[in-house]
Design a protein around this ligand. Structure first.
Ligand code: SI3
Length: 288
């Protein structure tokens, strides 16, 4: 399960329906062109928190059908409705997803016991492994070393997608739990995380910049830090411009520029203006 995973985009039509043809093209582009090791399906980048349970199932179906066994597949099933999370975990396990992942429950201020119960309820319902999805900037849920340790006590919790700039905590987790998988979640910090010996990374910009991300990770693993720093610099020139223009809509426009039918974002996320589209195309021309 180690390696570089694209946090997969999904293609939607103007009404917000899943564009299956476009989604298949995104899957193929990631596997064939970006050559990533796996796909992380229905995460933040997939606009998961804006879609219905039926659409989530539809996306899980289409991605598995298109990718087959070409790459590893991780299904993000976390939801505020625990029954839905359990149902999705069972659904993707039957489909043959290699692992599940679940975002920490958010919005209400759940205490740690409630968070632990949520993960155990999902895991008790399936014969599959789970990767914790920790993204404090979006969820407001900050867990400490001891709390990660308590979740790791369940053997089916095989790791964490660590999307935070706290490299002190990252190093402590790495040191304390050498057998758990740690995936870096911020693409602009991939080199720093790789130096701390993470097992892989999951990122949205890998949809268009996966090859470079893999280079950074592999160079760092080989101890070629100077070379890795140069590729991270080029990558961050790209990421800075993408963030400035609007993260998900810009990645979609870049994919379209590469002839991949990435469609529209789900409302209330807005689409780019014509000026934004032109800028996205210029970003693609300059950096990719
Ligand atoms: O679940 C997911 O889609 C992700 O893996 C998200 C991933 O951590 C991205 N974060 C967000 C909020 O989308 C990063 O890849 C991020 O887009 C990138 O580092 C640019 O800041």
């Amino acid at each position: 399960m180690k390696g570089l995973y694209t946090a997969l985009m999904c293609s939607f039509d103007e009404k917000g329906n899943v564009n299956e043809k476009g989604l298949r093209e995104i899957v193929r582009y990631n596997i064939d062109v970006q050559q990533v090791d796996g796909l992380y399906v229905n995460g933040s980048t997939g606009e998961n928190f804006l879609i219905s349970k039926e659409q989530k199932k539809q996306i899980f179906d289409v991605v598995k059908n298109e990718a087959g066994d070409d790459v590893k597949l991780i299904a993000q099933v976390g939801a505020l409705n625990l029954d839905e999370a359990v149902e999705l975990a069972q659904y993707v396990t039957q489909l043959g997803y290699n692992a599940i992942s679940a975002v920490t429950p958010f919005y209400y201020k759940f205490d740690f016991d409630e968070i632990k119960d949520y993960y155990n309820a999902i895991l008790d319902s399936v014969d599959n492994d789970l990767i914790i999805y920790s993204i404090p900037a979006l969820t407001g849920v900050n867990m400490n070393l001891e709390q990660f340790g308590e979740l790791f006590e369940n053997e089916k919790v095989i790791g964490v997608k660590f999307t935070a700039p706290d490299f002190f905590l990252l190093e402590r987790i790495r040191h304390a739990y050498p057998d758990k998988l740690i995936y870096s979640g911020f693409d602009e910090m991939l080199l720093s995380a790789s130096v701390l010996n993470v097992d892989g990374a999951i990122g949205s910009t890998f949809n268009v910049n996966g090859k470079r991300a893999k280079q950074i990770f592999e160079l760092a693993q080989n101890g070629q830090i100077e070379e890795a720093r140069e590729v991270q610099k080029v990558t961050n020139d790209l990421i800075a411009e993408i963030l400035d223009n609007g993260l998900y809509p810009t990645i979609k426009e870049i994919l379209k520029y590469k002839d991949v039918d990435a469609g529209f974002c789900r409302k209330p996320m807005k689409s780019l203006t014509q000026e934004g589209v032109t800028k996205a195309e210029q970003i693609a021309e300059r950096h990719l």
